[in-house]
Design a protein around this ligand. Structure first.
Ligand SMILES: [Zn+2]
Length: 237
């Protein structure tokens, strides 16, 4: 039996779209929350709205938080170049935390998501965090999500009154190819998703996100964007 309601943090990318379709299988009603955070690839906010609409969510909310005023990331600061890579192994093999890391982004997003969910009476938070391909992002790790789950429960009226939060990270230990395979098995529609850090469509094909995504589709035996473009054109005609 499906239970309760869930709030999915939806960026408009491939991972969070998979998490959305995962949540649709497990919860009676699914709501989505998208952050317009001053990202240079702002176009993903509109894509998220379209993805939510197509997935027939119970509600979709766009929340604005100006992380570009904090800066410190190639995704929010125009004067920091987005790194270019030649292969997925180059991305995964790179040391340290990449410059595309947005300072404490998932901590900020989860705090806002918990506050919003509390007001809506929702206890389940879902996201597309993934620790395999993006092992350089500290706020995508299971230990961090466990700590946030405890923090938002301890720091909220809902938690104190016996309605603890649960943070679901169904993709945390999956590879990018496994994420796509899972999504396809759940009927996920990837035709609107946008992964490019530059927000380019057609995608730039050179940023970390593009390189990982294309590598994953190739592993699955698909020509990612060519296929997707065809699907998208078909859906509009
Ligand atoms: Zn790109």
């Amino acid at each position: 039996m499906k239970s309760q309601e869930a709030l999915v943090i939806l960026s408009g990318g491939l991972d969070s779209t998979t998490a959305l379709y995962w949540a649709r299988e497990r919860f009676k009603r699914v709501h989505t929350l998208t952050f317009s955070y001053g990202q240079s690839h702002e176009v993903e906010v509109e894509r998220a709205r379209e993805i939510a609409e197509r997935a027939k969510v119970a509600s979709h909310k766009v929340f604005r938080v100006a992380l570009n005023e904090i800066g410190g990331s190639a995704l929010t600061q125009a004067d920091i170049p987005i790194p270019e890579r030649k292969s997925a192994s180059e991305v995964i093999g790179s040391n340290g935390i990449p410059i595309t890391y947005v300072p404490f982004r998932n901590g900020i997003f989860l705090s806002i998501a918990a506050a919003y969910a509390e007001v809506k009476g929702i206890s389940h938070l879902v996201g597309g965090w993934n620790a395999v391909d993006y092992s350089g992002y500290p706020d995508c790790r299971r230990e961090f999500l466990n700590a946030m789950e405890r923090a938002v429960t301890l720091g909220s009226k809902a938690g104190v009154e016996g309605r603890p939060f649960t943070i679901h990270a169904p993709l945390i230990s999956l590879s990018k190819a496994e994420i796509i395979a899972l999504g396809l098995s759940l009927g996920a529609d990837y035709s609107l998703t946008l992964s490019c850090y530059r927000g380019e469509d057609p995608p730039c094909g050179r940023c970390d996100s593009c390189v990982l995504r294309e590598d994953a589709w190739r592993r699955l035996g698909f020509m990612d964007h060519a296929i997707e473009r065809v699907i998208r054109l078909r859906s509009r005609s």
